[in-house]
Design a protein around this ligand. Structure first.
Ligand code: ATP
Length: 316
């Protein structure tokens, strides 16, 4: 008989942390970080170098003890990692593999060490696209293949949560593209992915959730679409002669437009208006006052712009 389909997705979040803090002496690597990650999302964990991403992931994986703060992973308390780690796969600080062993042999070692099911080795090799290179030695692999073998190792336990620390680090654009596709393929309602990167552009295409961290402090956590929602689309206007910029600005302000000056241009916020109608209105106003426009273009909000406006950057 056909079984009715019922959702077996657990209601508990994949990760929930509150006030997570890690201090190394005087240095605070992670400062009061709080976020919740629903099940089934691909979450980008984004922040500049030294922002605290690796330290946070290490705390989630029970490798580093938090100074203060609490949380749960897959519904189990953070201070009892042995209760959730069997259901978590991770690749942190690059894959540690034996150069002289083949891909399959390396996975056998990982399976034995991690008490994972070795019968899944062919499955995960297929999953990461290395089935036909499984008999080659690790040292003969390209950087991208090495990373993919590391991800295969993280997938051995068929994890509910996959944690990947900067998996695109050091890869060329083709390698990055392969990893992005792989992450997209792995993600499902049953597998939540947390992937860190210091460049939003590297992972934004596959992430439907974002956690942004700067200098140890969380600056955004939520759906990727909401992240973009905070950036205002605008129309950029420039008169033919820069000497007319102030006059044009005054004319636009008198019409009730909200605007900012940016070098030799004016940025008019679109707000609730129709962008096309706004552009026509600006053009007509300029024309009526004898001004010729050298630029009149719509600027769409972009994830990267929004990210850069949130994180001032700076390597610690
Ligand atoms: P990256 O993108 O460069 O890997 P990250 O966001 O992963 O950076 P972390 O590696 O977590 O950042 O480092 C956060 C801060 O904590 C940095 O200032 C770093 O120097 C410091 N830190 C990390 N581990 C230690 C440690 N074991 N002892 C002392 N300081 C540490």
């Amino acid at each position: 008989m056909h079984e009715p389909t019922v959702s077996t997705r657990p209601a508990t979040p994949a990760i929930s942390v509150a006030g997570l803090t890690k201090r190394y002496g005087d240095r605070t690597a992670v400062d009061q970080l709080s976020f919740e990650l629903p099940r089934g999302v691909v979450a980008g964990f984004i922040g500049p170098n030294g922002a605290g991403k690796t330290t946070t992931m290490a705390m989630l994986l029970g490798l580093v003890a938090p100074t203060t703060g609490s949380g749960t992973v897959l519904g189990q308390p953070l201070d009892s990692p042995c209760r959730y780690l069997p259901r978590v796969g991770a690749l942190i600080e690059g894959p540690a593999m034996y150069p002289g062993l083949t891909g399959t042999e390396n996975l056998r070692v990982l399976a034995a060490m991690g008490k994972r099911d070795a019968s899944r080795i062919p499955v995960v090799l297929e999953q990461v696209g290395l089935a036909d290179r499984a008999g080659d030695r690790f040292r003969e692999y390209s950087m991208g293949m090495k990373q993919r073998l590391g991800i295969a190792g993280a997938l051995l336990g068929d994890p509910e949560l996959l944690v990947l620390d900067e998996p695109t680090n050091g890869l060329d654009p083709v390698g990055m593209h392969e990893i992005r596709n792989l992450i997209g393929d792995i993600s499902s309602a049953d597998t939540t992915v947390l992937v860190s990167s210091h460049q939003l552009g590297e992972v934004e295409q596959v992430c439907d959730w974002l956690i942004v961290i700067e200098r140890g402090t969380g600056v955004f956590s939520g759906p990727a679409a909401d992240f973009l929602g905070g950036a205002e689309p605008s129309v950029v206007v420039a008169p033919e002669h820069i000497a007319d910029l102030d006059r044009l600005g005054r004319l636009l302000a008198a019409e009730g437009y909200e605007l900012d000056r940016e070098d030799d241009r004016l940025v008019v916020l679109i707000g609730e208006r129709d962008a096309r109608a706004l552009a026509i209105g600006i053009n007509r106003l300029a024309h009526e006052h004898g001004l010729v426009l050298a630029a009149l273009e719509q600027r769409r909000a972009n994830l990267e712009d929004r990210y850069l406006s949130l994180v001032q950057g700076g390597i610690r």
